[in-house]
Design a protein around this ligand. Structure first.
Ligand code: MN
Length: 172
């Protein structure tokens, strides 16, 4: 059920993306960020939760600067198998273009996601190769796609850095 929207958008005879299996055993608390050069370049931020990858498309990518708000559009749940996906989605398919695993690792809830997610808030710590420390995702009112617009913001901690964030851009 959770993956119905994901599957409807894709033709798995034509794209190399995984259809995903229902009932894939949970791996734990993984996260992955895919840098996806579709029609518009964006970073797909995915957190493993409830047996799927909850997903947000972050147009400008993450920032380590506290208070720097990055628009994160909530998109359909993706299968856990998607966390290993790198490849080129062929022309004519949904999201056509190359996608690499820009970062991956595990996440830890700082506030209970069961309670805060329905209210449009997630606070969590990332332990990745490029991203570390506490981040929050906050749903906003209005914005270009009302109800789907969230903001990804770094909290102040030992891993926050003021000013423009520069990351190695290659696949991890
Ligand atoms: Mn994408």
């Amino acid at each position: 059920m959770a993956l119905e929207t994901y599957r409807k958008k894709r033709n798995f005879t034509s794209t190399s993306e995984p259809a995903g299996e229902d009932g894939t055993p949970a791996r734990g608390h993984s996260f992955v960020i895919q840098k996806h050069a579709a029609r518009r370049l964006h970073y797909d931020f995915r957190l493993e939760m409830e047996g799927v990858l909850k997903s947000w498309a972050v147009a400008k990518g993450p920032s380590l600067a506290p208070g720097e708000k990055r628009l994160a559009v909530h998109v359909e749940d993706h299968p856990l198998e998607y966390g290993d996906y790198e490849g080129v989605i062929p022309e004519g398919n949904y999201g056509a273009g190359p996608s690499i695993i820009w970062d991956r690792g595990s996440w830890l809830a700082v506030e209970s996601p069961e309670q805060s997610l329905p209210k449009g808030k997630l606070v969590f710590e990332l332990k990745g190769y490029k991203l570390r420390g506490i981040f929050k995702l906050i749903r906003t009112k209005g914005g270009p796609t009302p109800g789907r617009d969230w903001l990804l913001v770094k909290k102040v901690d030992a891993f926050s850095r003021p000013g423009p964030s520069v990351f190695p851009e290659e696949s991890v």
